[in-house]
Unconditional design. Structure first.
Length: 112
């Protein structure tokens, strides 16, 4: 889902599991990731939300979120940035880094 500046500012402080992909329309790798990200997120949890930031439309997001290259993928869990990958997105490493945290988060979310 394409996101606006106002919505983007709310994501890091919101609760939940959130992927944000920062990219540009002319980045072929970014466009491929944009379509694969929801599938990858579903392997972690159905509760993970995915958003897309077009840096051509929102260049201020580069400075605000320290995005130096595209693609940049950030994962927030309950407002805390857990993982950031830039340029070369390694999905196997991403799942390895996040699976335990997401599983623990889900168990505490379900018990509340």
């Amino acid at each position: 889902m394409l996101i606006t500046v106002d919505d983007l500012d709310q994501l890091p402080v919101s609760t939940g599991a959130v992927f944000v992909l920062f990219s540009t329309p002319d980045c072929g790798v970014c466009q491929s990731l944009k379509h694969k990200l929801p599938i990858w997120a579903a392997t972690l949890s159905e509760q993970v939300q995915c958003y897309y930031v077009d840096l051509v439309q929102m260049p201020q997001a580069c400075a605000r979120y320290q995005v130096l290259t595209v693609p940049t993928l950030i994962f927030w869990l309950d407002g805390i940035e857990l993982v950031r990958q830039q340029r070369h997105i390694n999905f196997a490493l991403l799942i390895e880094q996040l699976s335990r945290s997401v599983a623990l988060w889900q168990s505490t979310t379900l018990s509340e």
